[in-house]
Design a protein around this ligand. Structure first.
Ligand SMILES: C=C(OP(=O)(O)O)C(=O)O
Length: 335
């Protein structure tokens, strides 16, 4: 396939701070056909404080959002093992840093591509740090207006960054009227870089539509079950749905890569013989009857009577012989 869409399964906090569950996700995702797996690296002290409010509060155990991030942390050695596991199963290891310290860690671990989440679009401190690595960047655009995005994109261009942009709506799960599928083309026209879609709709149709409309990258959350605990579970695809999505978007891309030429129908010449029809009469008609539209039917195959497409040529003409119902109508039946 020429332009296979690049699919990224986002784990985010679906592991709930459990290293074992995180490794299970790597194994499960590796069997779906996506090219990349994505994580978020949270280092609570560096990125948050006890003053950060909750987006969704699930657990009484986490008194503050800071406590929640603390619970989502892994050590450097654990992250190195996570990256090794991704390499072993052939998944690109993509990660969103939420602090400059996380960028240092990700460099040491050997991240494949940096993701900039929608909340960090105007965090120029972080963007500067990521640009310094020279690694590819995928940036999400949820919550940003074009004015805000212009500033970020100019910054990335001035830094000669290798970057792509995702249309994203920061709503979990996203409703159809919030998808902003129109923005895919707008972003492409405006910034002339690779455009993708970061999906929180929990529906495979959304990703399929995004690819149909030109998204070259598709990121979506995955979860073992949508009912499990966690802020993103309801906005995620299951592993089974991910397999269906991969199959569907690859099929759609194959179709997009092979446009057909409607000016040239030669390949259908033989089939047309089978599908096209001849004129017949739909009732018994006496000699000298004047043919009207209501006397006519079209019957297969073509070539047994006047072509159905020429029906107007027989209307108003007189039969020179009697015709029985469902007889084909030929030129020598008419005066
Ligand atoms: C929040 C993130 O991304 P998005 O804005 O695309 O959901 C992320 O990558 O961590």
């Amino acid at each position: 396939m020429k332009n296979k869409p690049y699919l990224i399964a986002e784990i985010a906090q679906a592991h709930e701070g459990s290293l074992g569950i995180l490794h299970s996700y790597i194994d499960a995702v590796s069997k779906t056909g996506v090219q990349a797996i994505k994580f978020q690296m949270h280092l609570a002290e560096a990125e948050s404080s006890v003053h950060e409010p909750f987006r969704v509060k699930f657990s009484k155990e986490d008194l503050t959002r800071f406590d929640y991030w603390k619970r989502m942390e892994f050590s450097m050695d654990q992250w190195k093992d996570i990256k090794k596991h991704c390499d072993e199963v052939g998944l690109d290891f993509i990660c969103s840093p939420f602090s400059n310290l996380a960028v240092d860690w990700l460099e040491e671990i050997g991240v494949h591509t940096y993701k900039i989440g929608s909340g960090e679009v105007n965090n120029f401190l972080l963007l500067e740090k990521v640009c310094q690595t020279g690694k590819p960047i995928i940036i999400s655009s949820g919550m940003s207006s074009y004015d805000e995005l212009d500033e970020t994109i100019n910054f990335l261009k001035n830094n000669k960054a290798d970057f792509s942009i995702l249309q994203c709506t920061t709503a979990y799960p996203t409703k159809p009227e919030q998808f902003g599928l129109n923005v895919i083309k707008e972003l492409s026209d405006r910034y002339n870089v690779t455009i993708g879609f970061s999906d929180h709709s929990a529906k495979i149709a959304t990703g399929i539509a995004a690819v149909s409309l030109g998204a070259k990258i598709l990121e979506f959350h995955v979860v073992f079950h949508r009912d499990i605990f966690g802020p993103d579970a309801k906005a995620s695809l299951t592993i089974e749905e991910t397999i269906q999505l991969v199959e569907a978007v690859n099929q759609i891309q194959e179709a997009i890569d092979n446009p057909i030429d409607k000016n040239n129908n030669n390949q259908f010449k033989e089939l047309k013989q089978i599908f096209e029809k001849s004129l017949a009469v739909n009732k018994n008609l006496p000699k000298n009857h004047i043919i009207t539209f209501d006397d006519l039917e079209s019957k297969k195959p073509k070539g047994f009577g006047i072509l159905a497409l020429d029906f107007h040529k027989v209307i108003g003409r007189k039969l020179n012989k009697q015709k029985s119902q469902w007889d084909f109508l030929n030129e020598d039946d008419l005066e």
